[in-house]
Design a protein around this ligand. Structure first.
Ligand code: XMP
Length: 499
């Protein structure tokens, strides 16, 4: 039975991840060799089909940088002020250049700053690097501070001038990165400033970035055609969208996500039309769960559709408001429609295990957006909390009481009033176990996806969308799918019961 017949037979019964499993077939595809490239929207490619949720406990610039370096895409949330959101776009875009390794806006310090002031700035601005070119009052390069200078300094009242290295190795503008890399090795330098003819600092080569280009690691980064990491940002509708877009585009944002709980509305459609008239940027619009909603948004100009209503781990929309649609059926129906227009679909929310990724894509999605599965990583914004002997990170719904209380972005997403006593939350505040690095989490997610693709015989994302067929499973089938009748004695990195 084809997927089409399967869903036709299901009629009005809407299914979600736990209700189905992929059927296996003859496969000539080793999981290690599958191609995971996909698209988030018409013009925004992905090297892996993973996108991080525009949630304030999930995606700020650290997550966006780390995920783009894995090949995916982060969507900066809209509880950030307009200015801060645009600043964070700039931080992602300026993080590195994967084509020529050049940092053309290096962070510098003044020679009269004390080491203490520099360390405080580093902490305040969350800079995770130690190489700072030092400038004099005429903004001329006079030295450089590196990790060793900070580590070996035991008097933080000393100025940069007193501690910095002045035996500078510099290269002139236009020096290719290969040459700079060789020079770094020869001179044992981790950073080499680039100066112009008049001695002004115009850029910096950093060893780590050049090494990633040399050893091929940078090939997996999701970068724009200038070599900068890709990043998306969430906006609301109406004024909020127009004001944010202007600032975000100035900083080079790659894709705008119009982010509301229900997007098949007059205001969202008018916002899409207006933004498409003004700008040439890709717009992904969501969330929806019905194919006719997808049609209206695509007709208005959407370059991508985001599907998911009430399925998120922290959502209470379905129980508070009574609407929403189980995710596999929602993805399938919207993707069938969007396919006619060649518009990618992102499946947003509700994924609990890595096995839900091939199911979402098998149902027709081009990418999956995840909140909970990325919350708890080092790159998620919150600090680690110690509670009942374990490490956790805070994770909350954008429609939770605390998020709405604190932020207009959250109140707007759920059409709420400004008065606290009138707030009606559609999400909850939670803790999730601390998970370590995003990279380690992604290894598990992609391992699961590859394994699923191999078993279906799909060599790439498009083949998975086409070849995937589903079985409807029963409650006992679901019980059988999980470890059963055993006592787990060692936690697996990709499984815990009742996640
Ligand atoms: P997961 O399951 O990956 O879901 O954690 C993330 C997605 O959930 C949506 N979201 C919410 N939905 N109330 C809702 O009904 C909320 O408070 C809320 N916060 C986030 C959002 O689409 C996100 O990407």
């Amino acid at each position: 039975m084809s997927k089409k017949e399967f869903f036709r037979e299901m009629g009005r019964t809407a299914l979600t991840f736990d209700d189905v499993r992929l059927q296996t077939g003859y496969s000539r595809v080793p999981p290690q060799q599958v191609n995971l490239e996909s698209k988030f929207s018409r013009n925004i490619p992905l090297k892996i089909p993973l996108v991080s949720a525009a949630m304030d406990t999930v995606t700020e610039y650290q997550m966006a940088i780390a995920l783009a370096m894995e090949g995916g895409l982060g969507i900066l949330h809209r509880n950030l002020s307009k200015k801060e959101q645009a600043k964070q776009v700039a931080r992602v875009k300026n993080r590195l250049n994967a084509l020529n390794g050049l940092k053309d806006k290096p962070i510098t310090v003044q020679e009269e700053m004390t080491i203490e002031q520099i360390l405080q700035m580093k902490h305040r601005k969350d800079f995770h690097f130690d190489s700072f070119p030092v400038l004099d009052e005429n903004r001329k390069l006079v030295g450089i501070l590196t990790g060793n200078d900070f580590d070996l300094c035991d008097d933080y009242t000393l100025t940069a001038k007193a501690v910095m290295k002045t035996d500078l190795i510099t290269v002139p503008t236009g020096t290719p990165f290969e040459k700079a890399y060789e020079l770094m090795k020869k001179e044992s330098k981790k950073a080499i400033p680039i100066i112009n003819k008049t001695g002004e600092l115009v850029g910096l080569y950093v060893h780590k970035d050049l090494k990633a280009i040399k050893d091929g690691t940078a090939k997996k980064y999701n970068v724009d055609n200038k070599g900068n990491l890709r990043v998306g940002a969430a906006v609301g509708v109406g004024e909020d969208a127009f004001e944010r877009c202007e600032l975000l585009l100035q900083k080079g944002v790659d894709v705008i996500v119009i982010d509301t709980a229900h997007s098949d509305t007059l205001s969202a459609i008018q916002t899409v039309e207006e933004l498409k008239r003004k700008y040439s940027v890709d717009l992904v619009v969501g969330n929806i769960s019905q194919p006719e909603s997808a049609r209206r948004l695509i007709n208005a100009g959407a370059d991508g559709i985001k599907v998911g209503q009430g399925g998120g781990s922290i959502c209470t929309t379905r129980v508070v408001s009574g609407y929403g649609r189980p995710q596999v059926t929602a993805i399938y129906c919207c993707a069938e429609l969007a396919r006619q227009f060649d518009i990618p679909v992102c499946a947003d929310g509700g994924l609990r295990y890595s096995g839900d990724i091939p199911i979402a894509i098998g149902a027709g999605a081009h990418s999956v957006m995840m909140g909970k599965l990325f919350a708890g990583t080092d790159e998620a914004p919150e600090d680690i909390i110690y509670y009942q002997g374990r490490q956790w990170k805070k994770f909350r719904g954008m429609g939770s009481m605390s998020a709405m209380r604190e932020s207009k972005g959250s109140r707007d997403r759920y059409n709420q009033s400004e008065k606290e006593e009138d707030l009606v939350p559609e999400g909850v505040d939670t803790l999730v176990p601390y998970k370590g690095s995003l990279h380690a989490t992604i290894v598990q997610h992609l391992g699961g996806l590859r394994s699923g693709m191999g078993a279906v015989g799909a060599a790439n994302i498009e083949e998975l969308q086409q070849k995937a067929d589903f079985d409807r499973i029963t409650q006992s089938g679901q019980t059988e799918s999980h470890p059963h009748d055993v006592h787990i004695i060692e936690e697996a990195p990709n499984y815990s019961p009742g996640r």
